[in-house]
Design a protein around this ligand. Structure first.
Ligand code: CP3
Length: 347
C-alpha cells in the first residue's frame, strides 16, 4: 500500500505541495486542556507515567489543530530515571536529578536491558496512540541524545553552558565516555521498544549539541547518533529517524550523511535560505520558525512562516518550530501558523 501520511512521505524524501506540520511541545502548558489533564494527574511526572492521560494529552493538539504528526508525551529524563537516577521537577525551575561526577556515582547505574519495567507505561502510551490516532496522523517516538541526557545526569539539573559535563569530559574522560556508552546502548533498547509498540519514526533530541565543538562534536554528538540510528535501522529496516543537533551551526552540514538520519531538525539560529542550500541538499529538513512568533503573532508570524515554506519548497520539508512552544504562547497563533503553511503556494 502506498504511504499516505504526509509526514512519512516527506521523511521518505518526497516534495509535497505543502509541507506536513507538527510542533515541538505541541502538548503543553499553552493549552488549557493540557493544564486540566496535568492537574488531574497530579504533577508532570505522574502524567508521563499515566498511559491513559499521557495518550490523552498527546491527542489534544491533534484534535484541536489536526497536526500531521503526534509526538509521544513523555520526557527525555525518564530514561535516566529508568537507569536508576533520582528525578524530580522543582515547580517553576525545571528538572533535578542525582549527580554523576565519580565512579562511585556511576556504579549503581543500571544496564541497558534493565530499563523496561520502569518504562513499560511509556510503551503502553505508544500502543494506545497507535490505536487511537486518526489514520492520516503519524506517530513519533523520541529519546534524548546521549550527550544531552548526560549533561543533566552529570550536573543534576539544566545548566546554561553544560559546564559540569564539559568539566567531567576533560577531567575524567574514561568515566564520561562510559556514561555516554551506557546511554547510547540504553537509548537503542528504549527506542526499539517504542517502535515495537507502534512508533512510525523516532526523533533524537540533542538540545545541547551546540556546546560541543570540533572533535568533541564528532565523538559525542555524531558518533552516538550514528550508532543509535544504524542499530535501529538494522532491527527495523525502513524506519525513518529525525535527528536534532540543536544549535550545531556548521555542524548541521553533513549531519544526515554522517549519522544516517533521514531528516535533520533545525533550530532558528540558522536561516532557512542557508539551510536549504547547505543541509537540505542531503535530504529532508524540519523547522524552523522561532517559537517567539507563537507569543507575538501578527504580520511577522505570517511573513516568516511563508518565508520558511518558500525557502524549503524545492526539497523535502517538515514544518516545525525551531524549539518547543512556550507556556505564554497564544493558541490562536498556532492556528494562524498552520493556516499559513497550508495555504502558501511557493513561487
Ligand atoms: O514535544 C512534545 O510535546 C513531547 C513531549 C516532550 C516533553 N519534553 C514534555 C515536557 C518532549 C519531546 C520533551 C523533550 C525534552 N525534555 C527535552 C529536549 C527538547 C528541548 O526542549 O530541548 C529536554 C531538554 C527535556 C528536559 C525537560 N523537561 C526540561 C528542561 C523541562 C523543564 C522546562 C519546561 O519547559 O518546563 C521539562 C519539562 C517538560 N517536558 C514539560 C513538558 C510538556 C513541562 C512540564 C510541565 O507540564 O510542567
Amino acid at each position: 500500500m502506498p504511504e499516505t501520511k504526509k509526514l512519512m512521505r516527506a521523511l521518505a524524501g518526497e516534495v509535497l505541495p505543502t509541507p506536513p506540520i507538527w510542533m515541538m511541545r505541541q502538548a503543553g502548558r499553552y493549552l488549557p486542556e493540557y493544564r486540566a489533564t496535568r492537574a488531574q494527574a497530579g504533577d508532570f511526572l505522574s502524567l508521563c507515567y499515566n498511559s491513559e492521560l499521557a495518550a490523552e494529552v498527546t491527542l489534544q493538539p491533534i484534535r484541536r489543530y489536526g497536526f500531521d504528526a503526534a509526538i509521544l508525551f513523555a520526557d527525555i529524563l525518564l530514561l535516566p530515571q529508568a537507569l536508576g537516577a533520582d528525578l524530580w521537577f522543582e515547580t517553576g525551575e525545571g528538572p533535578r536529578l542525582s549527580t554523576i561526577t565519580t565512579e562511585a556515582d556511576f556504579a549503581p547505574i543500571k544496564g541497558k536491558d534493565d530499563i523496561h519495567d520502569h518504562l513499560a507505561p511509556v510503551y503502553e502510551t505508544v500502543r494506545i496512540l497507535a490505536r487511537e490516532l486518526p489514520k492520516e496522523t503519524a506517530l513519533i517516538g523520541f529519546a534524548g541524545a546521549p550527550w544531552t541526557v548526560a549533561t543533566y545526569m552529570i550536573a543534576g539539573r539544566g545548566t546554561p553552558d553544560q559546564g559540569p559535563a564539559h568539566a567531567l569530559r576533560q577531567e575524567n574522560e574514561p568515566l564520561f565516555a562510559a556514561l555516554i556508552d551506557r546511554l547510547t546502548e540504553a537509548t537503542i533498547e528504549y527506542l526499539d521498544q517504542q517502535v515495537q509498540a507502534g512508533a512510525e519514526t523516532v526523533k533524537l533530541f540533542d538540545s545541547w549539541a551546540g556546546s560541543l565543538k570540533g572533535d568533541a562534536f564528532e565523538t559525542y554528538a555524531v558518533a552516538p547518533a550514528k550508532r543509535i540510528i544504524s542499530e535501529l535501522k538494522a532491527r527495523h529496516p525502513g524506519l525513518p529517524v529525525i535527528a536534532f543537533p540543536r544549535e550545531a551551526g556548521d555542524g548541521y552540514v553533513g549531519f544526515a550523511r554522517k549519522t544516517g538520519a533521514d531528516c535533520v531538525a533545525l533550530d532558528n539560529s540558522v536561516t532557512p535560505e542557508w539551510a536549504a542550500a547547505h543541509v537540505q541538499v542531503d535530504g529532508c529538513v524540519q523547522g524552523n520558525l522561532a517559537s517567539s512568533h507563537m507569543v507575538t503573532g501578527g504580520q511577522a508570524l505570517v511573513d516568516e512562516t511563508r518565508r520558511i515554506v518558500e525557502a524549503f519548497s524545492k526539497g523535502p520539508h517538515i514544518f516545525n518550530l525551531g524549539h518547543g512552544i512556550t507556556p505564554d504562547a497564544d493558541p490562536e497563533n498556532v492556528q494562524i501558523m498552520i493556516d499559513t503553511v497550508r495555504s502558501t503556494v511557493p513561487a
